[in-house]
Design a protein around this ligand. Structure first.
Ligand code: ARG
Length: 586
């Protein structure tokens, strides 16, 4: 729980025990107020508790509040309406907490319950021999953000790239290459992913039209799966070309991933079937081995099984995912699994989750119940509301989207007033372009679709990456100006007091003090847009503070400088957690 809420909980619990000893162990809820004019925090538990005590809620709340000392964290409390308790925090207590945050590497964010956990975040997961598409971009950006948050909290995070690197597609592609591009297979000719992807398309077409080719492809799959050396070599070559292409994108986005594709789980698939059979979970239907799950029915109302082994003996996507679940909990000993894909795979993961649960794969060797989250997201649409396409009508390779954003960023930077050298402009454009793409992806509730627009994502006003970057540059330059003059690095460390007096100063202070609330919330609902919103509001609060409160040369200079310092730290840390970089000049 966040620091302030925890403190308030303790104060309210102790007071409750005094006022109503019989209710001493009741749970009470403290929430941040959404009406800053009325309160900083609220406690709405009096209504529920009054029922237990069989009294009037208002009287109950008044009795309760009578036991709360107006000292320390709380400045004042007030009972409103039917028994809401409005809480105002003491500015001195907020200021003290901000000072503690300033001297804490974690900026006051502490997650005791989860910091020793091992957490797998599986994201990106493109398909070998195909171009990554915008869905994979979303998975990469959101997944990286979540991984960063858990890493920041001290968790042992394993970032996995569940690449689609196995299955029938490779049989087709290898059969096709043998016929059409044997020199690529023997290594005397090189190919890139664009070539591979187009050959894959051609192979697929031939597979559907040509019976002999289809047979050959199937034989190739068998050869590959039985570990034929030549087939494996061809497969590795295909994987390597794809990998290089993906890596270029990950480098541009500054995203770290460990590749552990579908092929990794291949050796465990047969075991999974045997294990599920032993556990009595498998039923044969039309020759296929299936798991029937309660509550899963088709549109026609028929039971909807999860097919785990096809009638021809082949394994599928589901088999691999059940094997992955087991491996992650039993071998990796993970406490939590988070998988990111578009919302289209919801049903699949609900079923995988259920099967894993039934098979007992969700209890790890530490006897800890593993939490599984399928983190879904909506589509990325073009400005016209349709799927993003190139002028030629193909779906746009992802890398082009990123390079275009960088080019557009450079154009905008060139038109602005600044004193940046050409090299600095180029560097800034790279940072801004990538930041803009990421932020546009993170700023809305991930479940919703969003429209991809360079013009919108690169704006300097509104809730955008550039706005946050600019706010950071501004705070830093204010700080620099003052510290240069008073050589105040020493002053900052020496001084230990902060005063929050002006309403804008207080509003900024309270907002900063709530940083841990937003981060802790994020570990549960896995919604990065809340952090975006928090940082945007932080920038707005800062702007209001700077407009209303003189910093340089004022009697409160040192205290206000500390507030600038903490604002910069939190803004920078928050941006980092979103995967955004800051700039020093703009
Ligand atoms: N490769 C898949 C796709 O592009 C995503 C993989 C998601 N992860 C998983 N464990 N199935 O749709």
């Amino acid at each position: 729980m966040s620091f302030i809420k925890q403190q308030l909980q303790t104060i309210f619990s102790q007071a409750l025990a005094k006022a109503y000893p019989s209710l001493a162990d009741s749970s009470i809820e403290i929430t941040a107020s959404n009406q800053a004019k009325l309160a900083d925090y609220q406690c709405n538990s009096a209504m529920k508790l009054a029922k237990l005590a069989q009294t009037n809620p208002r009287d109950f709340a008044n009795q309760w509040c009578a036991q709360i000392p107006n000292a320390g964290l709380i400045q004042s409390i007030e009972v409103a309406g039917p028994g809401f308790i409005n809480i105002r925090l003491a500015p001195a207590a907020i200021a003290q907490h901000l000072m503690d945050m300033l001297h804490d590497q974690q900026l006051g964010v502490q997650a005791k319950e989860i910091q020793s956990q091992k957490i797998i975040v599986e994201f990106s997961s493109p398909n070998t021999a195909k171009q990554m598409h915008v869905g994979h971009l979303r998975s990469t950006i959101i997944g990286d953000c979540l991984a960063r948050v858990f890493e920041f909290l001290g968790c042992d995070v394993l970032r996995l790239n569940h690449v689609g690197d196995w299955g029938t597609a490779f049989g087709m592609l290898i059969a096709y290459l043998k016929l059409e591009h044997p020199h690529v297979l023997d290594g005397s000719e090189t190919a890139d992913l664009t070539a591979l992807a187009s050959w894959y398309k051609a192979a697929k077409k031939r597979f559907d039209e040509d019976e002999t080719f289809k047979k050959n492809s199937q034989l190739e799959v068998v050869a590959l799966q039985s570990g034929n050396a030549e087939s494996l070599k061809a497969w590795q070559m295909i994987c390597q070309i794809s990998r290089q292409n993906y890596q270029e994108i990950y480098d541009l986005l500054d995203v770290k991933l460990n590749e552990r594709g579908e092929s990794f789980y291949n050796p465990f698939l047969a075991e999974i079937i045997t294990d599920l059979e032993t556990k009595g979970l498998i039923q044969v239907s039309d020759g296929a081995k299936c798991v029937f799950l309660e509550g899963f029915v088709s549109r026609e109302g028929e039971p909807l099984p999860m097919i785990i082994q096809k009638s021809d003996g082949g394994y599928n996507y589901s088999t691999t995912d059940v094997a992955a679940m087991r491996h992650r909990t039993q071998v990796e000993g993970t406490d939590r699994i988070i998988v990111l894909t578009d919302a289209g795979q919801s049903l699949h993961f609900q079923m995988v989750h259920k099967v894993a649960e039934k098979a007992g794969y969700l209890i790890n060797p530490k006897d800890h119940r593993v939490r599984f989250d399928h983190v879904t997201f909506g589509l990325v649409l073009g400005d016209d509301g349709k799927k993003i396409k190139t002028r030629a009508g193909d779906s746009e390779p992802l890398i082009n989207l990123i390079y275009t954003a960088i080019d557009e960023a450079l154009k905008i930077i060139q038109q602005r007033d600044h004193d940046l050298t050409e090299a600095e402009q180029k560097h800034l454009a790279e940072v801004l372009g990538v930041n803009a793409i990421k932020y546009a992806d993170l700023v809305g509730n991930r479940v919703a679709d969003y429209k991809f627009s360079y013009e919108r994502m690169l704006r300097f006003e509104g809730n955008t990456a550039a706005f946050l970057m600019y706010a950071y540059v501004r705070i830093m330059s204010i700080k620099r100006k003052i510290t240069e003059r008073q050589n105040a690095t020493n002053a900052i460390q020496a001084s230990t007091v902060m005063h929050l007096a002006h309403p804008s100063e207080l509003a900024l202070g309270l907002h900063l003090a709530r940083f841990d609330e937003v981060i802790l919330q994020l570990t549960d609902d896995l919604l990065p847009n809340r952090l975006c919103e928090y940082l945007y509001n932080l920038a707005e609060h800062f702007n209001a503070f700077f407009r209303d409160c003189r910093v340089e040369g004022s009697p409160e200079e040192t205290s206000r400088l500390l507030l600038c310092e903490l604002s910069a730290k939190i803004l920078e840390t928050g941006m980092k957690l979103l995967g955004l970089k800051t700039a020093n000049k703009m």
